[in-house]
Design a protein around this ligand. Structure first.
Ligand code: ATP
Length: 892
């Protein structure tokens, strides 16, 4: 492949990219845009409208016909635009999702976009990586690969780099090849890429569809269902109206038909679904700005009802910026001074700086050699920085502080083999050969001690008896109780014939060297986020791989648990609990520590059995089942593995717990906003329906206070932009002071219907009708309710005034809807620009409809007298005031 141990040169990789093309799998073309566009004009409702227009022409009502067609056109364009924007937002988000691969180029390990991999690249693989190209292994340590995507076999297969005589035609079965689309379950490796993109084994068998079709979210399903119900109601109303008009009021047949149709059009909320989709998409975009990438629209809704967050500790609640604070070796407790990754600071014992200490040096040498991190010196731009795992980097810093020359140590004792760290084992071993083979081991103290037989004391070995073990445990507990993360370190000389492929043989009969305790400061935002969760009725359960005492101390410091003695359940104890006992334990405050990732799944299941909506965080391969099972799987964008990110619903680009809480708040806000605009739109349906009901009830003796065209002007004209504005509202105050909504709650709740239809809608209907009658009364029909003229100029003025009254009251309603419970005075009126634009458009439209002659012709309107405008001005605050009173009563 014309490459070498330092990988390709960057310019060579670029040149090869031009030859081989991007490393992309062939994808099925998505639906053509034109098709999507046309779909908005050919659904049942739209077809009905096209036919309606034709009937209008036949019935010689061209203005109505043209208007219905125009409405259909505008509506279709609007839906398409919303769909298009939602899709664009989703695409932009997909581009944000990390799709990187680690390669060795120019002798340096670097992250590059997966698409730029070329044959000849050296892929660097670690646990949890998605393999992005086909490669031949050239190094492998304990590598196990999940090839289910390729072979359907879900058991991980071991892989190694030795040459292999091919006796099988099944490529996937070859143990020294790795393939695109498969994942590293354990171990580390280097692989030489030999095929990319369509030439990879996966590319040849699979025509992958990009982004599996998204199933509609529960909310979208509910609204689709609602639209159907309302359609049935509207059609029935239309039919009743038609029968009444023809049978009782003796209106001509074609005219009645078209009126009935107009009514149906007016009441069916065909714009609702695209608006909801857009509101969800806007929510997703907002979350992305707050570092939470949501992969499915439906996750936005689920976030809003999250009741429990199961979170890990390191890196999510804490900064994962480790500094060694204390070291215990050979009976002495050393204090390490200095902070951050700069290797400056003294090591002190009993207040005295230590110049040199053999036991300490042996301990730190082992910790520094059993290590994959790198410490980078300042380069003008950055201060001291690290590459790799912060826990390991902290050990390097401490070793430097003790005066060890890391490069020289590694040169003197090069690594010949390793057993990589795994969360399940909680240990890592590294074998070196300075002459004699030596294994250095580090890991969770109890795990390491379990493999030890002796303790190094002042250069000599002491057998590790029960008393000594007790003493070690007490020291470790003391360090852990102060919130420090504690590692144990050990070593052993290996016989030259020791079997390097057997972890059991290597990690046996070790000599314990000591304990290293490091501090990992909590993230500053977390305490506030935790408080916010508690206020919002959301429970937080810490599930960590770290020590129980460390975990409990951190949980207490962050006020995740309130009790001074919360229950701590360790992984081994958890394994003993049956389902009942676990369910009982979950009723109270509890911290899970030293938990194997697989056990997270059990905890998530148990919480779900209790009926909870659960969010769970994870970053490793073994977290994948829990992430999939959870209602909201949350993966870490920075420290997480590809596997975790693939299984998650949401990815935190900053790995921060507080971001989950922000996302929950946004999720609640999106839901609330959808309720707001649904409520807003529903309100005006009442005054639109009232004239028809009165007309029908009185057998036509109360003339229709609104024409069908005027109804359309509200539904598809004046109400549109303000409704969108409500969809873009910020979270209302107090949103996070309420318990989560239940998942079974419907968005169109009884409360919403009562408020919109029975309360606000009825008031609006009454106001509109009063304005209608007031026009007649001011023109010589004082006090008369029935048998008013149903045509002519006065009728036109009266209906125009009714229309204007609805628009005016909707302005007040717009502000009323901005909050559901809080007083409108509690929010800044100027935060939402779209609302003001909406009002501007509303006023402009209503003036245009009353005064522009050709619009008068279309809508059957007439210019309003100046005195009416005063009356209309008084209509504006009516709904706002009424709703403020309702809110105040509700709060009291
Ligand atoms: P959390 O689950 O909250 O992220 P964690 O980082 O402690 O916590 P793991 O990464 O599963 O969880 O680590 C488990 C334990 O293994 C640690 O508490 C530590 O004792 C040990 N450990 C962590 N990193 C290493 C490492 N690089 N080498 C050896 N041991 C390690």
């Amino acid at each position: 492949m014309e490459t070498g141990p330092t990988g390709l040169a960057t310019h060579e990789a670029e040149a090869r990219l031009l030859i081989y093309g991007p490393n992309r799998l062939p994808t099925q073309a998505s639906k053509p845009l034109l098709w999507v566009f046309l779909a908005n004009f050919t659904h049942l409702m739209a077809l009905l409208l096209w036919v309606g227009g034709i009937i209008g022409f036949i019935a010689q009502m061209p203005q109505l016909a043209i208007a219905i067609w125009a409405v259909n056109l505008i509506n279709g364009l609007f839906s398409f635009w919303q769909e298009f924007r939602a899709e664009r937002a989703a695409a932009a988000l997909r581009a944000l999702l990390p799709a990187q691969a680690r390669v060795l180029r120019d002798g340096v390990v670097q992250e590059v976009p997966r698409e730029t991999l070329v044959p000849g690249d050296l892929l660097v693989l670690a646990e949890g990586d998605l393999i992005a190209a086909d490669g031949r292994l050239i190094e492998a340590a304990e590598l196990r690969v999940d090839q289910a995507t390729l072979t359907g076999e879900s058991r991980p297969v071991p892989k190694h780099c030795e040459a292999y005589a091919e006796t099988t035609s099944e490529r996937a079965a070859l143990p020294n090849l790795v393939f695109t689309g498969t994942t590293v379950v354990a171990g580390t490796a280097k692989a030489l890429v030999f095929a990319t993109g369509a030439r990879s084994a996966f590319g040849q068998i699979a025509q992958l569809t990009e982004g599996i079709a998204e199933t509609p979210s529960p909310l979208q399903q509910e609204l689709a269902q609602l639209t159907r119900v309302v359609t049935v109601i509207a059609v029935s109303m239309g039919v009743i109206f038609f029968v009444l008009a023809v049978g009782v009021a003796r209106v001509n047949l074609a005219e009645s038909l078209i009126f009935a149709m107009g009514m149906i059009v007016a009441f069916v909320p065909e714009g609702l679904l695209p608006t909801v989709t857009l509101a969800l998409a806007i929510g997703v975009q907002r979350m992305a700005r707050r570092n939470a990438l949501v992969k499915r629209l439906s996750a936005v809704e689920t976030l809003g009802c999250t009741e429990v967050i199961c979170t890990d500790k390191t890196g999510t609640l804490t900064q994962n910026a480790m500094t060694v604070r204390q070291i215990w070796a050979a009976g002495r407790m050393f204090e390490v001074q200095g902070g951050g990754y700069a290797p400056v600071g003294a090591i002190v014992v009993d207040g005295q700086p230590v110049a040199h200490d053999d036991d300490l040096t042996a301990l730190l040498r082992a910790a520094a050699l059993c290590n994959d991190a790198r410490l980078l010196a300042p380069n003008g731009e950055y201060d001291w920085t690290i590459l790799g795992d912060p826990t390991e980097a902290a050990l390097l810093v401490a070793a430097r502080k003790a005066g060890l020359d890391l490069e020289a140590e590694l040169q003197h004792a090069p690594r010949i083999h390793e057993i990589p760290f795994e969360s399940r084992r909680k240990m890592m071993s590294s074998i070196h050969q300075p002459g004699q083979r030596v294994v250095y081991v580090k890991g969770a103290p109890n795990e390491v001690l379990a493999h030890c037989v002796a303790l190094r004391m002042n250069g000599a070995l002491r057998p590790l008896d029960a008393a000594l073990l007790d003493e070690m445990t007490t020291i470790k507990d003391g360090l852990a109780r102060s919130g420090l993360r504690v590692l144990g370190v050990a070593q052993r000389d290996l016989a030259s014939n020791c079997d390097l492929s057997s972890a059991a043989a290597i990690e046996a009969d070790l000599t314990f060297l000591g304990l290293i305790a490091m501090y990992d400061p909590p993230r500053p935002e977390v305490a506030a986020a935790v408080a916010q969760c508690h206020q919002a009725g959301i429970r937080i359960i810490m599930i960590t791989g770290d020590d129980g005492l460390t975990a409990t101390t951190i949980a207490q410091r962050l006020h995740i648990v309130a009790s001074p003695q919360p229950r701590m359940i360790s992984g081994s104890e958890l394994a003993q609990l049956d389902e009942r006992a676990l369910a009982d334990a979950l009723q109270d405050e509890v911290v899970f520590a030293r938990v194997a990732p697989e056990q997270k799944l059990r905890i998530v299941n148990a919480l779900q059995q209790l009926g909870k909506v659960v969010a769970v965080t994870g970053d490793g391969v073994n977290d994948a089942p829990a992430l999939k099972q959870a209602d909201i799987g949350v993966a870490m964008g920075r420290s997480g593995t590809d596997v975790a990110r693939e299984s998650a619903d949401m990815i935190l680009t900053d790995d921060n717990f507080a971001t989950i809480v922000h996302a929950i708040e946004e999720g609640r806000a999106v839901y609330a906003n959808i309720r707001k605009f649904v409520s807003y739109i529903f309100t005006s349906n009442v005054p639109e329906a009232v004239p028809f009901v009165l007309f029908a009830l009185t057998g036509g003796r109360i003339p229709l206070a609104l024409t069908v065209m005027q109804i359309l002007a509200i539904d598809l004209g004046t109400d549109m932009v303000p409704a969108l504005g409500l969809g873009a509202e910020r979270p209302e105050p107090g949103l996070m002071a309420r318990p989560p909504r239940r998942r079974s709650d419907h968005i169109i709740s009884r409360g919403l219907l009562v408020r919109a239809l029975a309360f606000l809608g009825m008031i609006q209907g009454a106001v509109a009708m009063l304005v209608f009658f007031s026009i007649y009364w001011s023109q010589g029909y004082a006090g008369q309710w029935l048998d008013l003229p149903a045509d002519g100029h006065i009728y036109q003025v009266a209906t125009t005034a009714t229309l204007a009254a609805i628009v005016a009251t909707q302005i007040g309603n717009l502000f009323a809807q901005r909050t559901e419970r809080a007083s409108i005075l509690a929010i800044n009126p100027f935060t939402n620009r779209l609302i003001w634009i909406g009002i501007g458009i509303e006023i402009l439209l209503i003036f245009a409809i009353s005064y522009v002659p050709w619009l008068q012709w279309i809508f059957g309107t007439a210019a309003l007298p100046a005195s009416s405008w005063l009356l209309l001005l008084a209509c504006v605050p009516v709904l706002l005031i009424a709703d403020e009173i309702r809110k105040a009563v509700g709060r009291a």
